[in-house]
Design a binder for this molecule. Structure first.
Ligand SMILES: [Zn+2]
Length: 458
C-alpha cells in the first residue's frame, strides 16, 4: 500500500509538503512554509502532521522558502533524517534558510515589543541555529541519476528551469511511481535549460500557479532597455525592487546584453542586497544548469552575469551611502514586494524626484505597498511618514519564473507515460480547480484538487 497525504499547497499556493508512506518507509517531499494569508500562516504553528522522528528522508524539488522553509521548524520538533536535493538547491538553502530564520527572530522581537505575541516571551517559529542544524542533514544528488534511497525505493531529479537547481522528482516506491512537478519553469527563457520531461507513473502532482494565465510574448529586455535609457537621459536612478534568487540574475543577464549592444549607457549597476549577491554567486558556480546560450557565453570567456560597472553592496552603511550619489545608475534591492529591507530607504530617498524611475519586475499582491505605488498613488507611507511620489512608476511583465497554462500543458504532455490520476496543487483554489478540468480534458485522465490534509491511496 502506498499513500500520499497533502500537508500543504493543497487549495493554496504555499506550504508545499507531501507525506508519502510505502514499502515500510515514510518520506516527505518538499517542506515549505505557508506564506501570504494569515489563516494559512498560522498553520506553520500547528503541531506537526506526523511523528517527525518517523520520517526517513526528505526530498526537495527546489530552494524556495515555500518548498523548504518549514525544515528548521520540523528539525526543532524532532526531524532527524537526510534531506536530498540537487547541489544548487543545497547551495541556495544555505542562504535562504538562515535568512528566513533571521526574519522569524526579528518578527518575534517585533511582536514582543508590541505585545502582539501569543507566547510570552515571544518565540520565533525557528532560529538561525535550527536552520544550521537541519542544513547538516542535507545531501546533494546528481540530476538524471536513478538513486536508490532505500532498498527498492528510487528517486530521480530532472531539471525544471524555474530557478537554478529546481527539479521535478519521480519517486518509485512499493511498486508505484509518483511524479512531483515542483515548480514548472518557462520554456525558451535565458540562463536555464528548459523543463525536462519526467516519468509520470501512477500519480502526477502538478503545480497550477498560473494555470489559467496565458502570458503574452513580451520582450522584457527591450522594455528594460528603454526604461533604463530614458531614466539615464533625465539624469535619474532606476530603482528595482527584486527577488534575490532568480529574478535578479535574469535582470543582470538582460542588462549585460543591453550594455554589450550599446542599447543602454554605461552607467553603474548596483546590487544592494547581500542575499542577491550570494545567490548570483550560486548561479555563477553551477553552470551545469545553463542553457546552450549561457554556456556559449562562458565558452567565449565571458560570464552571463558580469558586466562593466557592476557593484555589489554588502554593508548597511554602504547601502545608506548610495543615497548621496546623484548620477544615473540602476539599483536592484530587496525586498521584491517592498515589505521590508533596504529598498525602503532607497524609495524614501528617491521617490520624490521626477528624474527617477521605480521599476516593478514581479507580482505585487493587492493591498501591498507595491500595488499602492502602481495604482498611481500620490503619496507613499514609509516608516510612518508620508512621501510625495514624483518618480515615474513602471512595470515589466514577462519575467515570471513560472510556466503559464500552455507551458504547464506542454510539460505534462511531454512526460513519459500517462498518469492514472493527477493532483493539481500549488494554486489559488479557483485557478487550481479550472486547471484541473483543463489538464484532465487535455490528457484524458482524472484530475482533482486535493483538500488540505486529504490522503490518497496511490
Ligand atoms: Zn518556486
Amino acid at each position: 500500500m502506498v499513500s500520499i497525504k497533502f500537508l500543504g499547497a493543497a487549495g493554496t499556493v504555499t506550504g508545499s509538503k507531501y507525506l508519502v508512506r510505502g514499502a515500510g518507509k515514510c518520506l516527505l517531499i518538499d517542506c515549505g512554509l505557508f506564506q501570504g494569508e494569515r489563516s494559512w500562516r498560522e498553520k506553520n504553528w500547528d503541531s506537526p502532521p506526523c511523528d517527525l522522528a518517523e520520517v526517513d528522508a526528505v526530498l526537495l524539488t527546489h530552494a524556495h522558502i515555500d518548498h523548504t522553509g518549514m525544515l528548521p521548524r520540523f528539525s526543532r520538533l524532532g526531524l532527524r533524517c537526510p534531506v536530498y536535493c540537487t547541489k544548487p538547491t543545497l547551495d541556495l538553502s544555505k542562504l535562504v534558510l538562515p535568512d528566513s530564520a533571521h526574519l522569524q527572530e526579528e518578527e518575534a522581537e517585533y511582536r514582543g515589543e508590541r505585545g502582539k505575541s501569543r507566547h510570552h516571551p515571544p518565540l520565533p517559529l525557528y532560529t538561525v541555529e535550527d536552520a544550521e542544524t537541519v542544513l547538516r542533514y542535507f545531501r546533494s544528488v546528481a540530476v538524471h541519476e536513478r538513486i536508490e534511497l532505500f532498498p527498492g525505493i528510487f528517486a530521480t531529479w530532472r531539471r525544471m528551469g524555474h530557478i537554478i537547481g529546481a527539479c521535478s522528482i519521480s519517486l518509485e516506491i512499493g511498486g508505484r511511481c509518483i511524479g512531483f512537478s515542483g515548480d514548472v519553469g518557462r520554456y525558451a527563457v535565458p540562463i536555464l535549460k528548459d523543463p525536462e520531461p519526467l516519468d509520470c507513473g501512477d500519480l502526477l502532482l502538478i503545480e497550477s500557479t498560473y494555470g489559467t494565465t496565458e502570458q503574452h510574448e513580451t520582450s522584457p529586455r527591450d522594455e528594460l532597455g528603454k526604461i533604463v535609457s530614458e531614466t539615464a537621459q533625465r539624469g535619474g536612478v532606476v530603482l528595482i525592487p527584486s527577488f534575490a534568487v532568480g529574478r535578479t540574475q535574469l535582470l543582470l543577464y538582460y542588462l549585460r546584453e543591453l550594455k554589450e549592444a550599446h542599447r543602454i549607457p554605461d552607467i553603474p549597476i548596483i546590487i544592494d542586497s547581500p542575499m542577491a549577491a550570494d545567490a548570483t554567486q550560486v548561479y555563477q558556480s553551477n553552470p551545469a544548469d545553463y542553457d546552450d546560450e549561457a554556456l556559449g557565453i562562458l565558452k567565449r570567456g565571458q560570464h552571463p552575469f558580469s558586466l562593466p560597472k557592476l557593484g555589489f553592496v554588502q554593508s548597511r552603511d554602504e547601502s545608506i551611502r548610495l543615497n548621496k550619489i546623484d548620477q544615473p545608475m540602476v539599483v536592484i534591492s530587496a525586498s521584491g514586494m517592498l515589505t521590508g529591507g533596504r529598498i525602503l530607504h532607497h524609495l524614501r530617498n528617491r521617490v520624490g524626484d521626477p528624474r527617477n524611475t521605480v521599476l516593478f519586475v514581479g507580482y505585487q499582491p493587492p493591498g501591498s505597498r507595491g500595488a499602492w505605488l502602481k495604482s498611481g498613488a500620490q503619496t507613499l507611507r514609509i516608516f510612518g511618514q508620508e512621501y510625495a511620489i514624483r518618480a515615474k512608476v513602471k512595470e515589466i511583465s514577462g519575467l515570471s519564473a513560472h510556466a503559464d497554462k500552455c507551458e504547464l500543458l506542454r510539460w505534462a504532455k511531454s512526460c513519459r507515460g500517462r498518469p492514472s490520476k493527477i493532483a493539481v496543487v500549488h494554486g489559488e483554489p479557483e485557478v487550481a480547480n479550472i486547471f484541473a478540468k483543463t489538464i484532465g480534458d487535455a490528457l484524458g485522465v482524472s484530475a482533482r484538487v486535493p483538500a488540505y490534509l486529504e490522503q490518497w491511496d496511490v
